[in-house]
Design a binder for this molecule. Structure first.
Ligand code: HOZ
Length: 429
C-alpha cells in the first residue's frame, strides 16, 4: 500500500499546524507511523490522498452513523446553504430541532444547542454549579468529557493516548474541584461523596464509556449512581456525546432505563457538522441565560447548516428504528466472529461491545475501568492496528477509543474485517 502523498501532506502539515493535526489522536502518535490524509468518504469507506480505500470503523468518532455522504443529509445541507450559512438570529429550524430531540430523548424539557461536545459538557457543569450553589464535581477515571479545564483530570481519549499525567495550564484550583474515582467502583464513589458531603454539584459519567476503549457499566452501576445522586442532592449528568442517538433514539437513558438530570450531546446530533447540546429538566435549565443568570452563549450556536445536517440525520433515525437493530446485529456478528478468530490464537484479548460500540483490548483479565484498560498490551494493539490498516481496515489509532459502526457497513465488509483480523493476528504473533 502506497501512502507517499499522506506522508508528504503530513510533513507539510507540521509546518503550519501543531503536530500536523487539529485534534491529537489523529496524529497516530501512540500507534506510530504517518496519519492518513483523507480525500473523501462514501458509505462505509474512506479514501486517502493516495486513493487507498478503507473500511471505516471510526465514523468520524461517532457522528456518521448512517455512513458517509448520506444522500438525504447531503441534499438537505446543499439546499440550506443556498439560504446563507449563518444568521446569528433565531430560526424556525432550531425550534424543529429542539422539538425533534425532545420527541426522541427522555428527560429533556429544554435543550440548548452549542457547537461541540466540549462546549456542551462545560456548560452543563457550569449550570450544575450555578443551580446547586456547590463547586465540586465527580468524574470517573478514563472518562473524557471534552477538553474544558475541569475535565482534564485523569481523562481518557487523547489524554490517555498520549499518557499525559497532568495538563499544564489547568490551575490547581480548578483541578482540586474535580474529584475522580474508578469507573464501576460504587464503594469508592460512596466514600468520595461522604468525604465531600454537601460540596458536590454533579456527577458526570459516560453511561457507556468510549474514551478508554469501550467500557460497559456493570449491572446496577448507573442505577446506583442515580440513587446516590437522589440521596445526596447531587445532579446526575449523562455525557451522551457518544451514546446519544447511537444506542437508541433516546440514547443510553432509553437503552439502560436510567434518568439523568442533565444530558450532553455531540457527534450524531450534528450528522457530521460541529454540533453539541445540553438539556434536561425545566427547573434546572431555566437557570440558563437569558432566563436565568448562568451565562452561556455562542455566535454559531444553532447554525442553520449544522442544524439541518443534524435534524435530517435524527429524523431518519427516528423514522427508521430498524437501523438500531441492524447496527446492533452487525456489531454482535463482528464481536462473535472476532472472538472466534482471536480464540484460534494464543493472544490474550477482551472484546467489549454495547450496541454499535465495540473495542478490543489485548488483556487476559476483564476490562471494566481505566486501570484494567491501561494495563492491556498496547504494543500488540499497535501491531494489530497497522496490520489491519495495511489490509484496508481503518480502526481508531488508539486503544483508548471505541470503534463505531455505521449502518452502511455490509456483511461483506464485516467478513473482510474478520478475515483481516485473522491474517493480522497470524502476522503479529
Ligand atoms: N474526542 C475524540 C475522540 N474521543 C476526538 C478524536 C480526534 O479527532 O482526534
Amino acid at each position: 500500500m502506497h501512502t507517499s502523498k499522506s506522508q508528504q501532506l503530513f510533513s507539510r502539515a507540521q509546518q503550519s499546524i501543531p503536530g500536523g493535526v487539529n485534534s491529537p489522536v489523529r496524529a497516530f502518535k501512540s500507534v506510530g507511523g504517518t496519519p492518513l490524509f483523507i480525500k473523501k468518504a462514501k458509505g462505509a469507506y474512506l479514501y486517502d490522498a493516495d486513493d487507498n480505500k478503507y473500511i471505516d470503523y471510526i465514523a468520524s468518532w461517532g457522528p456518521m452513523i448512517l455512513g458517509h455522504a448520506h444522500e438525504e443529509v447531503v441534499k438537505a445541507i446543499q439546499e440550506q446553504a443556498l439560504g446563507s450559512t449563518s444568521y446569528g438570529a433565531p430560526t424556525e429550524l432550531e425550534i424543529e430541532m429542539a422539538e425533534l430531540i425532545k420527541s426522541m430523548a427522555p428527560n429533556i424539557d429544554l435543550i440548548r444547542m452549542v457547537s461541540s461536545g466540549t462546549e456542551a459538557c462545560m456548560s452543563a457543569i457550569r449550570l450544575a454549579r450555578g443551580y446547586t450553589g456547590k463547586n465540586k464535581i465527580i468524574k470517573f477515571e478514563g472518562c473524557y468529557h471534552g477538553h474544558a479545564d475541569s475535565f482534564l483530570v485523569k481523562a481518557g481519549s487523547g489524554v490517555a493516548t498520549l499518557n499525559i499525567q497532568s495538563v499544564p495550564g489547568v490551575t490547581l484550583g480548578v483541578a482540586n474541584d474535580t474529584l475522580t474515582c474508578a469507573y464501576n467502583d460504587l464503594k469508592a464513589l460512596e466514600k468520595l461523596t461522604e468525604e465531600h458531603k454537601n460540596q458536590v454539584a454533579a456527577i458526570i459519567v459516560e453511561p457507556v464509556a468510549g474514551n478508554m476503549g469501550c467500557i460497559l457499566p456493570q449491572p446496577g452501576f448507573l442505577q446506583e449512581l442515580r440513587s446516590i445522586c437522589n440521596d445526596k442532592n447531587i445532579l446526575l449528568i449523562f455525557d451522551e456525546v457518544m451514546t446519544g442517538f447511537r444506542l437508541a433514539p433516546g440514547g443510553a437513558q432509553e437503552k439502560i432505563k436510567v434518568n439523568a438530570d442533565l444530558v450532553t450531546y455531540g457527534k450524531v446530533i450534528g450528522g457530521g457538522m460541529p454540533v453539541g447540546a445540553f438539556g434536561g429538566k425545566k427547573k434546572i435549565m431555566e437557570h440558563i441565560a437569558p432566563l436565568g443568570s448562568v451565562y452561556q452563549a455562542g455566535t454559531l450556536s444553532g447554525n442553520p447548516i449544522a442544524m439541518i445536517a443534524g435534524y435530517t440525520t435524527l429524523k431518519i433515525l427516528k423514522n427508521n428504528r430498524h437501523i438500531y437493530h441492524e447496527l446492533e446485529e452487525k456489531t454482535i456478528y463482528l464481536r462473535d466472529n472476532l472472538h472466534r478468530v482471536f480464540l484460534e490464537t494464543k493472544i490474550p484479548f477482551v472484546i467489549n461491545q454495547f450496541g454499535s460500540m465495540i473495542s478490543v483490548h489485548f488483556s487476559n483479565h476483564a476490562v471494566n475501568d481505566f486501570a484494567s484498560a491501561a494495563s492491556a498490551n498496547n504494543e500488540l494493539f499497535k501491531k494489530y492496528f497497522h496490520a489491519m490498516l495495511k489490509r484496508g481496515v481503518y480502526l481508531p489509532p488508539s486503544a483508548f477509543e471505541s470503534w463505531f459502526l455505521n449502518n452502511a457497513l455490509t456483511r461483506e465488509d464485516l467478513d473482510k474485517t474478520i478475515q483481516a483480523t485473522s491474517e493480522s493476528l497470524k502476522e503479529i504473533i
